[in-house]
Design a protein around this ligand. Sequence first.
Ligand code: HEC
Ligand code: HEC
Ligand SMILES: [Cu+2]
Length: 402
Amino acid sequence: MEKHLMTTTEAIDPVFMFILGSCLVLLIGITAAMVLFVVRYHRSRAPEPTSQVDGSLWLEVVWTAFPTLLVLGMFYYGWSSYLTLRDVPPNALQVTAVGRMWSWNFLYQNGKNSPKLYVPVGKPVQVALESKDVLHGFYVPAFRVKRDVVPGMKNHVWFVAPKPGSYDIFCSQYCGTSHSAMIATIEAVPAEQFEAWLKETKATGAQHPALALLEKHGCLGCHSLDGSQKVGPTFQGIWGRKTDVKTAGKEHEIVVDEAYLKRSIVEPNADVVEHFPPVMPAFAGVLTEEEIRLIIDYFKTSAGGAKLDGAKLAREKGCLACHSLDGSKGVGPSFKAIFGTKVKVVRNGKPEMATVDETYLKESILKPSAAVVDGFPPVMPVEDDLSPDEVSALVQFIKELK
Ligand code: HEC
Ligand code: HEC
Ligand SMILES: [Cu+2]
């Protein structure tokens, strides 16, 4: 038999009941004693003091010892359940929750991401907490976990979903206009269903033999296939993209081609991509010529050719938290049918009319404060980890919205 795992709910609930119970007993006891004394010693019943006792050791010991023990009991009980909240079971599933104004996105270790937190029923899940912008709070009332999500700080919670179903996730820190809309759900599903869901991602090009190689050699631990940041640059859209690299200490721009890819795999420190640490192990002698061929082929076709889904991106990057698709006004203007229209914007403090074309859209995404749409607050965040391909996909998506 597996040892029963104490869940966060099981750790917190008894402490809560204990403290609530103690408070109730004290409240009722003190109120009853007070009422009793008021009646019993009312002036009409006892006009003169009835007793002249001026000390009772017994009473003093009791009223010192009892509250002390009670409070120490609360501390001990509370502290040990706090430790349960902080000690993550070693076999916990790892997920990262990324909070931004005003949405949550959940990243799984295989690179999959989702706006809903899917978890297997009955298994512990550790959620690492990250914020893209301001202070948020990850709050799941059903599992009694609540933790601040602070930009630049590592934090985590863990929980076990005991039964299949949906559980609410809220943001517990006021983080701006649409704070109250920063809601997501945990979908707890049976373990087999969860595994199937998790694997679904790899649907694109799952048949490609290079993927197995990328997995086998741990490339996907450092490189994502979906555009997300890991230790190394994403493989999404890698073929033909322009990259700044450092070769022998000198910075220059290259276009990703066969020769560059081969060198990057065999001799990664020859050209080190800007803003990344030179930590990639060399695969010379580990991968055969044939295998490297396969991987490069894969980059050329699947990873490079895979079209980015602008709609999915707009959701993942949180754009849809502020921009509607149906014409309704949100924190920002709706994306519906804006392409080709004219908008009044304020540029350098001066109002002007702008035509919504590709250049305008691109600028709006990369430098939101350059031209601020009239009647809207200048609160759109700069998404600094968008790749050029992602920006084009977003522009394309907005362009096609009828
Ligand atoms: C320990 C983490 C790690 C592993 C494992 C790893 N890489 Fe890398 N890789 C990096 C980092 C960091 C960079 C960027 C710095 C550099 O260029 O050395 C990089 C750069 C690259 C580049 C150049 C990317 C660009 O945008 O120009 C390619 C191609 C690449 N890796 C392929 C692979 C392949 C194929 C494997 C598996 C056989 C692999 N990597 C395994 C960390 C890793
Ligand atoms: C925090 C809310 C917020 C988020 C998140 C956000 N925006 Fe905006 N966006 C705004 C606001 C407010 C405006 C209008 C003021 C301005 O132009 O800066 C705006 C303006 C725009 C415009 C110009 C629209 C027009 O009608 O002229 C585009 C295009 C745009 N955003 C795209 C995006 C994309 C793409 C994303 C996701 C990467 C995004 N926004 C994320 C708030 C947001
Ligand atoms: Cu928030």
